[in-house]
Design a protein around this ligand. Sequence first.
Ligand SMILES: [Zn+2]
Length: 339
Amino acid sequence: MKSLSFSALAGAGLLIMSGATLAADIPEACNSYKPAVTGGPMPPPESDIVVIRWLGNANFEFAHKGKVYLFDAYFERTPRAHQVGFTVADVSKAEAIFVSHAHFDHISDIGPIARQTGAPVVGAPITAETAKKLGVPEKQIVVARGGETMKFGDATAEIALAQHSTIQPGLTDIYASLYQNDSPPYSEEEKKELARVRALGTFDPKVITEGTLAYGLVFPSGFKAVLIGSAGPITPGVRALAEKLGPVDVAIVAYQVHAVADTQIAYTWPFIDLFKPKLFLPAHHDANPPTWVDLGVEPLFDRIRTNMPNTAFVAPLYRSPICVAGGGADQGKVVSFKP
Ligand SMILES: [Zn+2]
């Protein structure tokens, strides 16, 4: 096994293992850029390590004890988005797929991915409707409204009704003119492709208050993660989830769309403060041309380091394995990160 690099790690509470421990205890999956959902190596059943990979936007996979759980399904993205390094056709494996909400940048590829994996697809009622339109077989659709506890594979999912973020009038126009000013004009072909991808979801306003879910993922060891795909105001459901699960081992929270860091931090920080994770990972902070721009995570990380010195954080890269102890005394600590 190649030596593992910690160069991109930051924050407190990281566990740095010795070379001897590395070779013996760290599964091959921690050294692979091939996502588990595309058939990449899985941590074996005897390991307690959880391998987390960011797969662009708010897509994440959690691989644990030979099984993989997928959050969101938006891989073949709008033109000029940075490519995640695999195609929808490559996705073949999942115990369950949890969809934050039915905007295209969370759900666009759910049809083929559901059919190729045969996995249950969990989402709010409007997500279920949209998933059906996008070709998810009806028998795989699991509707949740918040407050449910469900079991998939070895994992327990705790589900809460969250709220989608909203923005002030004018912001998307400003981003559009920024892209017009700072990058070449879109070709007709790109415009067509953009319209095609954007249609693979819904813009129904119900998504904001009725269609956005937060997910807790709990493994039998007691390892707890929470995933928030859009950082709107904290709802009673999300507060109840935090009371049930918090403090968690891993929190993944959307860090988008305000380009002014202090503005965006005001949306994302309350979730970090509420769930008090041992490890924080940002989501949804990469560019989605020609609307959202790439957000730098440094100001948010500085806020965490200053206010929550025991919380570690990693700036994830597409497909990079972030390996976290899933049990024992070191539960929730990063054991390796291959940038
Ligand atoms: Zn959205």
